[in-house]
Design a protein around this ligand. Sequence first.
Ligand code: NAD
Length: 326
Amino acid sequence: MNILVAGAGGFIAGHLVKSLALQGYDVTAVDIKSQDQWFQVHNLKNVETLPKSDLRDKRVVKSLLKKRKYTRIYNLACNMGGMGFIQNNHIDCLESVYIQTNFITAMREQQSSASIFYSSSACAYPQDIQQDVNVTAIKESDAYPANPEDGYGWEKLFSEIITQYGAKNESMDVRIARFHNCYGPFGTWQGGREKAPAALCRKVIEAQKNKTQEIEIWGDGKQTRSFMYIDDCLEGISRLWESDYRDPVNLGSSELVTINQMVDMIEQIAGTQLERKYLLDKPQGVRGRNSDNTLIKKITGGWEPSVKLFHGLEKTYSWIFDQMHQ
Ligand code: NAD
């Protein structure tokens, strides 16, 4: 199997390339970033790393698909980050819509027989039904009537739609996962694109290192979320391929926590207790969200993400700790 992984310099795709290569597949890895900025580079003989390529440019995507006959394409390329980035960069986020559009239209023009995976997001769900911390877990059919996250969420919805057209009108073999907050080692933990788990691990480590014994939390800490460890994400993607389901599916943990509870866990891992300073004017996203896993369980024979948040945070904390002390 010849596999193309787009966004391979990023967090999830970096893990995916490694996992696919270790399973013996031939993997071509591509990203807009130069290799020295990739989170992971795998020096394995069955991984080919391409020079930096902007997949928003259709000519680039067309020539990629002409260069080799891929059996499967994973598109995880996207200009995104945590709430701080998403809420301040609507146009940049929306512009990633070209990437999946280019893949589907180029595949159609070249009559490609490749299967394609698209990484959507829980940010595709309407904001107005996520305004309570006491959430009803969100299910796939809740996506419409649409009112997704500004910029980023619209990119996800549109890219889902063109992928679904690819399946329905062009008989393409597609899979679409709506990821709910994925975290783990080898992800962004500083610089403005980091998400809550990595940001909070970093802040706890900083507080100890600088002996401030204080932590800043965006919002009142009562907002609720679920967080999926990277191993579950990879397992879920693999199980989606085994299913025959071509419409969007939630891929997320259903272990709901408040941000305060996540901070409790990180403090416990670090062996500390910090004074909490709540920054109510910072971006917080929706008030509450959890993943309804009825559908994924149905199409995968009962599977759903199962790594406990505490366990995943231990590994993430330890990796960020090493990065900060290098
Ligand atoms: P990431 O930012 O770590 O990786 C995305 C990669 O895409 C980056 O390396 C980036 O350089 C690359 N990229 C951006 N624009 C590109 C372009 N024009 N051409 C080529 N490459 C480009 O993000 P991630 O956390 O690994 O997320 C991967 C996918 O999963 C994205 O589609 C994201 O929207 C989706 N997702 C992630 C989460 C999460 O919690 N991590 C949640 C929901 C959805």
